[in-house]
Design a protein around this ligand. Structure first.
Ligand code: F6R
Length: 604
């Protein structure tokens, strides 16, 4: 969590720092700040501004200062409440050194104690404030070498960090270091950048260098030099990222989320057509696996749950799904299976740590991510890309459906390579996926019915989402979407489980959103809808076009064109995203930045 930016070049630093920071607001938005190096007649100084709340608050406080170098931060609080004092940048005792930090310093209490004994005083409740004070000591002890001071301090920090440091007496440089928190360097003409991720910098450059754990960078206007903390020169290729700045803009939509929902026919098509090149590279030994386990968090976990049904259907392989935060603590010490990690951002710390653990346990590891060069790509043996384009809205939408697309593609191709399905069946999967994209386009072509239902559901405080078999995870994801952006309390449930307890909660004030698919679960889910309706709960049924049976139980329906029940999670998810979006919008919620959340969860 937290987003950080550093800039040095020829432009007014404050405008680059704030503009880039806005693109990172999805990483945290409870407070923000900047520090800029300024040189004038009176010598060198640091200008520091901070504000509680959204970045717009900070922006209104900042005046152009003529500075050409600075650092900025948008915060998602871990230590200390959101206020100006706890906001970054934090400075040392003499206000000469400013630091922005993303991550958690596990040994901050011990470090603080040590520094206090030496006379350092702290103003904030944060773990991060120890960093400028440690640098201050190192710097004064090493004759004023900022780079070396940061290196020595980085070696002492335990936990996770991406830090950017500026010193008032060195306005020609910024220094950054990383351990377990993402950081990317960017190079333009006569200017250099560093940020938590590429979306912040797309307006300025497409030329990126992904820093790895244990690395430190000396960033100047015309040069960037990277070393390991042990002093070895790092020489890796720079990456050209083909996302455009428009991809990371709202493009006339009111929110990123609705723009991203509407992008799905294109993003799904990109995932499908991009598969051909990935497929060629699928290593042979993947098909020798006898078991698969999918590991992920949140929405990506729901994609993994759909994947379980697909892997079992197309490959016959027993497949387990684990939450990354739980998998790591399981007792398995050796696992001879295919481990698949799904993470849109590629930076979710629980998923990354789970991937590390899986390698230790001897598994073959594959990741599915949207972000080229993200950390997960280095933690796994093979990476498959979603190709969804950048997703800025905190609530995942287009990347979820692309993750589903990858589940269909990977499982069916593995099934074919293993001899579990025929070439005809494999072709049939591709045809159904094309029809699925058409079904999504159909839903987006006329959203008026969903908007009507959003007007109805927005006034409830609680709701249940029910599904069965492959649409059980669809129900979980629909409920997650609704709760995280509209703050209506929603529970996703396997429809058959309702009568084992939760049915007690149903009243006329508890609507049920029930997903009906045209498969072996059809009669059963209809029965479950009947059970809910009989207890007075209003039911909104999501049904295939042309269905008439459901009318016996409810006249409140939303329809989808059915690409085949196995593929229905994709169009149904789009309907449920729209339902959540419109309900949240009618409730005046902060859709792209829901309270307490951040898009990349880079703390454990
Ligand atoms: C919810 C949502 C989150 C993420 C989760 C994992 O809309 O987006 O639940 O799915 O934080 O993130 P990634 O996929 O980046 O690992």
């Amino acid at each position: 969590m937290c987003g950080i930016v550093g800039y040095i070049g020829v432009q007014e630093a404050s405008s680059v720092l704030v503009d880039a920071l806005k693109k990172l607001e999805y990483r945290g938005y409870d407070s923000s700040g900047v520090a800029m190096a300024k040189s004038g007649k009176e010598g060198h100084s640091l200008v520091v501004e901070k504000a509680k709340g959204y970045i717009a608050e900070l922006e209104s406080k900042i005046k152009p200062s003529g500075s050409r170098a600075g650092i900025s931060h948008t915060r998602w609080a871990t230590h200390g409440i959101p206020n100006e004092i706890n906001a970054h940048p934090h400075v040392d005792g003499s206000s000469s050194i400013a630091v922005v930090h993303n991550g958690i310093i596990d040994n901050h209490l011990a470090l603080k104690e040590e520094l206090r004994k030496k006379g350092h005083e702290f103003k904030s409740q944060t773990d991060s404030e120890v960093i400028p004070h440690l640098i201050e000591d190192e710097y004064s002890g090493n004759g004023g070498d900022l780079f070396e001071a940061v290196r020595e301090v980085a070696k002492r920090l335990e936990g996770s960090f991406a830090i950017i440091v500026i010193h008032k007496d060195h306005p020609d440089m910024i220094v950054s270091a990383r351990e377990k928190s993402p950081m990317v360097l960017g190079k333009g003409v006569n200017e250099s950048f560093v940020a938590s991720d590429v979306t912040a910098l797309l307006k300025y450059t497409n030329n990126f260098f992904y820093m790895e754990d244990g690395e430190i960078a000396l960033i100047k206007k015309n040069s960037i030099a990277v070393q390991t903390l042990d002093g070895e020169k790092v020489e890796r290729d720079w990456t050209k990222v083909d996302w455009s700045v428009e991809d990371a803009e709202k493009g006339g939509f009111e929110h990123y989320m609705i723009k991203e929902i509407f992008e799905q026919p294109r993003s799904l098509h990109q995932s499908l057509s991009g598969w051909r090149s990935d497929e060629v590279n699928l290593p042979r030994d993947l098909v020798q696996t006898r078991m698969a386990r999918i590991v992920a968090c949140g929405t990506s976990y729901h994609a993994g749950m759909v994947g379980k049904y697909l892997f079992e259907r197309f490959t016959g392989m027993p497949t387990m799904v684990s939450m990354a935060s739980e998998y790591r603590f399981a007792n398995t010490t050796k696992e001879d299976s295919l481990l698949l990690f799904i993470t849109q951002s590629g930076e979710t710390l629980d998923t990354i740590m789970a991937a590390r653990e899986a390698r230790k346990r001897g598994s073959r590891t594959v990741s599915i991510t949207n972000v080229v060069g993200s950390t997960i790509t280095r933690e796994t043996d093979l990476t498959l890309y979603l190709r969804s384009g950048p997703e800025i809205g905190v609530a995942a939408s287009k990347t979820f459906t692309s993750q589903l697309m990858m589940m269909y593609l990977l499982s069916s191709h593995m099934g074919y390579n293993m001899g579990s399905i025929s070439r005809e069946e494999l072709k049939d999967v591709t045809m159904c996926l094309r029809n699925t994209i058409r079904a999504v386009a159909g839903i987006l072509g006329d959203t008026s019915q969903v908007e009507e239902q959003a007007k109805w559901i927005k006034d409830f405080d609680n709701a249940f989402y029910l599904g069965r078999y492959i649409n059980y995870p669809t129900a979980l994801e629909g409920a997650l979407k609704m709760k995280e952006i509209s703050y209506i309390h929603c529970e996703g449930y396997p429809a058959g489980e309702l009568k084992h307890g939760p049915l007690a909660l149903l009243t006329e004030k508890t609507p049920v959103v029930a997903i009906v698919s045209n498969d072996h679960t059809y009669d059963k889910i209809l029965g479950n809808i009947g059970e809910c309706a009989a207890r007075g709960a209003p039911v909104l049924a999501i049904v295939p076009e042309g269905d008439t049976e459901v009318m016996k139980y409810t006249d409140r329906t939303l329809t989808y064109s059915d690409p085949g029940a196995l593929y229905s999670p994709i169009p149904i998810s789009v309907t449920l995203q729209l339902l959540a979006y419109h309900a949240a919008n009618l409730r005046d919620c902060s859709i792209d930045k829901p309270r307490n959340l951040a898009k990349s969860v880079t703390v454990e």
